[in-house]
Design a protein around this ligand. Sequence first.
Ligand SMILES: Cc1cc2nc3c(=O)[nH]c(=O)nc-3n(C[C@H](O)[C@H](O)[C@H](O)COP(=O)(O)O)c2cc1C
Length: 308
Amino acid sequence: MKGSPGVDLSVSLGPVRLPNPVLVASGTFGHAGEMSRWVDLGRLGGIVPKTVTRKPRRGNRPQRTVETASGMLNSIGLDNEGIDYFLAHQLPELLATGAPVIVSVAGENEQDFVQLAARVAQVEQIAAVELNISCPNVAHGVDFATDAQLCHRVVSQVRRACHKPLWVKLSPNVTDIRPVAEAAQRAGADALTLINTCVGMAVDWRRRRPVLGSVTGGLSGPAIKPIALAAVYRARQAVEIPLVGVGGIATVDDVLEFLVTGASAVQVGTANFFRPRVTMELLEQLPQRLQEAGCTRVEQIVGTLQVE
Ligand SMILES: Cc1cc2nc3c(=O)[nH]c(=O)nc-3n(C[C@H](O)[C@H](O)[C@H](O)COP(=O)(O)O)c2cc1C
């Protein structure tokens, strides 16, 4: 999309060309139709729908979301209808929006990941597959993203079975994201999405109970932006493949911070809940900010952070 005269918003992430760098993050945008009252879906840089699993999942028991003083905690637990329903009913609607669709999949084991990615890859119109190896709200959900060797194993197996561009979504719940990022790249990932939510907990001390049914959940929203920026910065040091920044993005300056730090595109998550039109606002404001920075293309600002 040409944002305003003289500013080219399109970006390339390896083999994937996107009309602009503003995407929506998995699990925060439904399957897009829910948001069509507020958002011109065809203008989005990309849609990552809710992660899909092999079988339908009911998700975790309630309460599954709570607002804290500094961010939203959720423990949805990958509630979804399963891959058959997704391919038959939800994916066609997503593709009809005209926005690039990046399908997010999660398996309980390596075989699951391989099968899911292989099935999804048969749909030629999708732009990429995003492997959610970092969901903190399911049993063993983060294992693949907290261990570089496991990450390498699952990504390389999926790589062999999936000819579509492969994005791997990483977890912030690690001491150092660099070895995991490097393992994903070595295994053949085309891009990395970072970050998923940060493990957190809310407590109702009067009832002596955790607020969430699953006790712990994932923290998201502006509170985690500094964590996400540090993850992008560190991953940028470790890998050459493109990065997609996600975590707390709510303003156009947030977008630019991620781009400068080294992300080629961003995904907006929790902000969709409190400002449903946020992505449209970002797209309206981005060209002017780029012009102010003397850029005619988004790619001119990516990774321009000066640390010395
Ligand atoms: C309610 C909710 C559900 C989510 N579901 C998923 C999911 O299914 N798959 C996934 O990869 N990430 C999921 N996420 C994580 C987001 O995609 C994103 O990585 C995270 O929330 C950080 O971005 P944000 O601070 O902009 O929300 C979910 C987040 C929220 C708040």
